[in-house]
Design a binder for this molecule. Structure first.
Ligand SMILES: Cc1ncc(COP(=O)(O)O)c(C=O)c1O
Length: 424
């Protein structure tokens, strides 16, 4: 075709660094600790809910309401209304989407205009930047930076902080929105109330929207508490709170997500939704509705899945931290999410010349080397940073610990073998 084929909005976003690692991992016999999904079954109640949705009421095979299957929007409104301290109208304040991914896309399309600036706190989940660009916006990055851990203590990603002056300097009259992600992927940092208040103050002061990605909200460890920024004074009216049933119920393939927000903002997301997917598959929504109905009865009790899952995963995190140290990887304590990062600067000084292109950040060369020679997959952290900052953060890799015991066992075997090679 002689005409320019791709739409201009795709310029510069056609390369996805994930694909390279996923493809490479397929070629080797590996233990995959890269991608963020549980490799164990969802809880029985969730599996049964899905089975029932498929084999029960035949009308669940048909279209449902565009903005969400009514029992789901109803339970989301009542469940999250209590947490956010808001009376939510299931028809106006809740939109069910194709995963949290769909929620994010809908939000960017509905709210970000040509030339609008969007502040992205990095390291950041990798779709925020292309979604901003596709909407015609300009991403403006601000980095969380590590501060040294007290002597003798494991470094923690909660010590990665925003510099308040630097953050404030990113707000301009063109700033339309700020994207927040807590607990953060890839760091596992859980933003404290003080940090959220700093962000909230600036959003209020500059009349900026907050797109708050809270998909890992139940995955918090060591007694930390997840706080929704929408629950802070004056924030409900300018915040979109995004969640994921996939992450909540260990069923990432279901791809049911949602956005919660005030009527005057949500109506624009509804317009995008109506003119794109129109509505999401009914049976998955019915299953998620039942899961939340069950969870509402158990919430706050030991039988709550939102309590049991993080308890189990905290043990997996601790297991992984101990194991990675065997070979000189330096894991940082993560307080939330599916992930932890490990510092590889020791390797960078010992083996600086790993194969790869001269301008390729070290962590990417390291991750490829680890796949090929050690059979372990992790994701280089530099891909979660904007291009100009990648070189400054090229000495970390991200591991997913929301994995089955058997996977952790297989990881241990690879690490033991690696350790023997180091001692040989
Ligand atoms: C921070 C973050 N937001 C959103 C998503 C997407 O969630 P979903 O699978 O519900 O689309 C992910 C998935 O990895 C994520 O890590």
């Amino acid at each position: 075709m002689a005409k320019q084929l791709p739409a201009r909005r795709l310029t510069g976003i056609d390369h996805n660094p994930w694909v390279e690692f996923v493809e490479l991992a397929k070629k080797y016999d590996v233990v995959n600790l890269g991608q963020g999904f549980p490799d164990f079954s969802p809880p029985d109640f969730a599996v049964q809910a899905f089975q029932q949705a498929v084999s029960g009421d035949f009308m669940l095979n048909q279209y449902t309401k565009a903005f969400g299957y009514p029992p789901l929007t109803k339970i989301l409104a009542s469940f999250f209304g209590k947490l956010l301290g808001q009376e939510l109208d299931p028809l106006k304040n809740v939109l069910v989407t194709v995963g949290a991914y769909g929620a994010l896309f809908t939000a960017f399309q509905a709210l970000v205009d040509e030339g609008d600036e969007v502040i992205i706190i990095e390291p950041a989940f990798d779709c925020y930047e292309p979604m901003t660009l596709m909407a015609g916006g300009r991403p403006v990055f601000v980095s969380l930076r590590p501060s040294p851990a007290p002597k003798g203590q494991l470094e923690s990603t909660n010590d990665w902080r925003l510099d308040p002056t630097e953050l404030a300097s990113k707000f301009t009259p063109r700033t339309k929105a700020l994207v927040l992600n807590t607990p953060n992927n890839p760091l596992g940092k859980v933003f404290s109330k003080t940090e959220l208040e700093l962000v909230a103050d600036l959003c209020r002061q500059h009349d900026v929207l907050c797109i708050s990605d809270e998909v890992y909200q139940w995955m918090v460890y060591d007694g930390h508490q997840h706080i929704s920024i929408a629950s802070l004074p004056g924030m409900w009216g300018r915040t979109l709170t995004i969640g994921s049933a996939g992450k909540s119920f260990s069923a990432t393939g279901w791809k049911v997500g949602w956005v919660l927000g005030p009527d005057n903002i949500m109506k624009h997301l509804q317009t995008v939704h109506q003119n794109s997917v129109f509505h999401c598959p009914t049976q998955g929504q019915a299953a998620v509705a039942r899961c939340f109905e069950r969870e509402q009865q158990h919430f706050g009790q030991p039988s709550s899945y939102f309590l049991q899952l993080p308890q189990a995963m905290q043990r997996h995190r601790d297991h992984m931290i101990r194991s990675l140290q065997l070979v000189g990887l330096k894991p940082l304590q993560s307080q939330g999410s599916y992930f932890l990062i490990a510092d590889i600067s020791g390797f960078k000084s010992k083996m600086p010349d790993l194969p790869g292109a001269a301008d390729e950040p070290y962590d990417r060369r390291f991750a490829k080397w680890m796949i090929k020679t050690k059979g372990l997959v992790a994701i280089p952290v530099s891909i979660f940073f904007s291009q100009p900052h990648q070189k400054d953060f090229d000495h970390y890799v991200r591991f997913c610990f929301v994995k089955d015991e058997a996977t952790l066992q297989a990881m241990d075997e690879r690490l033991q073998k690696w350790k023997r090679e180091l001692q040989a």
